[in-house]
Design a binder for this molecule. Structure first.
Ligand code: ASP
Ligand code: MG
Length: 452
């Protein structure tokens, strides 16, 4: 067995073209411990495949397929020895074409089958680029290990089956090989292809790391690190060298979309250290996400999440009654609507939903859901809101924290505040157009000034 097992995941921008793939291959070749490589589709390909699924018009489908063909053959041509792979790639795309032309409207199962082509193609290409520098590279099919339920479009992984398969199928191989596999895709018990939801490759890599009992999970992306806030909003945002699992989990749910929100769950279960770095600037220090950090500042980062929908539910029946909240959440659960923040008063409840679009592209708050809610309460919806999350340590127990935070925002209308449920997060909603100013004010007061 190798001394260390590292699982390294490279996202779509890291797979964007031949040059990007070569850069990733260099990063891997330099480190014998990077044993399992998980890749996303080449950038933009999953979007093209989604468009193929959404438009039942064959001429449009053909156009998108042509785009996929061109993109992948351009990359393939940069390989030193590309003949057999060129043929293989073109055959795979022929299969895709046969599958979708004339297929009309697709069900979720077929969509997953189509979406999986992105990662299948990128992983085949990348294996060859890696082999040029690291001959022990070997392509493996993620679907043999990533077992899931049958909720197509957003499948739930089966952790025990993944661990069992990883141990029996991949552990023996990594003695002498580096495995290259696909993120995002899996298969159900009956072998039908499933997907983990958009952006799910990070989660795949984390599940593989858990299953293999890996030492490190590396997420190579297009940002050099997790920052104290979005550097596009605040010039002096600073890279974070080290952050705890708990803080990073809050950030991934409420803040910067650096990691898929589920990524840290498997890492936390198995205490796998996580490194986030840039495949474009691998020399720049990235962020380590670990169980315990050396420093634990009260405020580590300020993040902004746009496109929040606020659902206000009001009913006099709620007063001194039981079962109202249960009914509300049951209804939302029935339609698979996930709620982020909740506040309640005696006769009303406010909930936030992160956009009203699900990963399958369908609106969550359909008329059907709203009608069903209106059977037992009044419902109002507000849009155009952003969620600001203040992430750090001991936030619930730090005396005099909310005073200065909200004092700094005296001219801003704060819509809803959640504080106290987590010691690592204080969050609230503001109007979309004020959100960037809020981030600037808080970052300057609580992070820049504190550290200067
Ligand atoms: N290719 C998939 C997507 O674009 C999964 C991923 O990149 O993480 O959503
Ligand atoms: Mg991604």
């Amino acid at each position: 067995m190798p001394d260390l097992i590292k699982v390294a995941k490279f996202g779509g921008t890291s797979m964007a073209n031949a040059q990007a793939m070569q850069r990733c291959a260099n990063i891997i070749a330099d480190d014998p411990d990077k044993k399992v490589i998980v890749v996303s589709a080449t950038s933009g390909t999953t979007n093209l495949l989604t468009q193929i699924c959404e438009s039942p018009i064959d001429s449009e489908r053909l156009e998108h397929i042509q785009e996929i063909r061109d993109k992948h053959s351009v990359i393939c041509a940069e390989l030193k020895n590309s003949d057999s792979l060129t043929r293989q790639i073109s055959e795979i795309i022929d299969t895709l074409e046969e599958m979708v032309i004339g297929a009309g409207i697709m069900n979720m199962q077929m969509r997953d089958e189509v979406l999986a082509f992105g990662e299948r193609l990128s992983s085949l290409l990348f294996t060859e680029f890696l082999k040029e520098q690291s001959p022990e590279a070997q392509w493996v099919d993620a679907r043999e290990v990533m077992k899931t339920d049958t909720l197509h479009g957003n499948a739930e992984p089966n952790i025990d089956a993944i661990a069992e398969n990883a141990a029996s199928k991949w552990l023996p191989l990594i003695k002498n090989h580096r495995l290259v596999t696909q993120g995002f895709i899996g298969s159900s018990d009956n072998g039908v292809t499933t997907t983990l939801g958009r952006g799910g490759s990070d989660y795949s890599a984390a599940l593989f790391a858990e299953g293999l009992d890996a030492d490190v999970l590396e997420i190579w992306t297009d940002v050099t690190a997790i920052y104290t806030t979005d550097p596009r909003i605040v010039d002096d945002a600073k890279p974070i060298t080290e952050i705890s699992f708990d803080e990073a989990a809050e950030l991934s749910v409420f803040g910067a979309k650096v990691l898929h929100p589920a990524t840290l769950k498997p890492a936390i279960r198995k205490q796998v250290r996580v490194y986030v770095g840039s495949s474009i600037r691998p020399d720049q220090p990235g962020t380590w996400i670990v169980k315990e950090t050396k420093s634990n500042p009260v405020i580590r980062a300020i993040s902004l999440r746009r496109n929040q929908t606020l659902l206000n539910v009001h009913s006099l029946d709620m007063l001194h009654r039981f079962g109202f909240l249960a009914r509300l959440f049951e209804t939302l659960a029935k339609y698979k609507i996930s709620v982020d923040l909740v506040t309640t008063s005696e006769v009303s409840v406010s909930l936030t939903l992160d956009t009203d679009i699900q990963s399958d592209g369908k609106h969550r708050l359909t008329d059907k859901v709203l009608d069903e809610l209106r059977e037992f309460c009044d419902v109002k919806i507000e849009k155009g809101l952003s969620l600001i999350a203040v992430v750090g340590n001991n936030l619930h127990a730090t005396a005099g924290l909310s005073g200065p935070v909200f004092g700094a925002l005296e001219n801003i209308n704060v819509r809803l505040i959640c504080h106290g449920a987590s010691s690592h997060n204080l969050c609230f909603l503001v109007k979309e157009e004020q959100a960037e100013d809020v981030v600037k004010i808080l970052h300057s007061k609580f992070i820049t000034q504190k550290n200067s």
